[in-house]
Write a protein of this length. Sequence first.
Length: 136
Amino acid sequence: MADFDLAIIGGGIDGAGIARDAAGRGLNVVLLAYDGIAALVARTQAQWPFLAEPHVERLVGAYGMRVEAILQGATRPDDLGVCFGADLTAAEVRYLMAKEWAKTADDVLWRRSEFGLRFSPAEQTALERFMAAPAV
């Protein structure tokens, strides 16, 4: 196996530019291609066919491969728990609380996303109550 100083995953314009710059600085670089967001969206849609494509695209765009941690075990929409609005489900909120240190509704609505722009006051209140309740 060859030694290298830098591994870049993804051969898009950014990855290629970084690889070229690093190689120009004398680093031994390996550029690894991957099948991209579209393929991950397709795989996710195939594994969880009950999800609408825009929902899958948003989840994959926001979480990449971690989308599987949010959706694991779900075989129907109800398995994701309550939908607070704008396709934000309890499963996603639980993930954010457990893995991304979301403590308040504002953390979810504004820090990690701009859901706050699409949530009504009643939806925000429902999310606040859910997050404040003891974990089940």
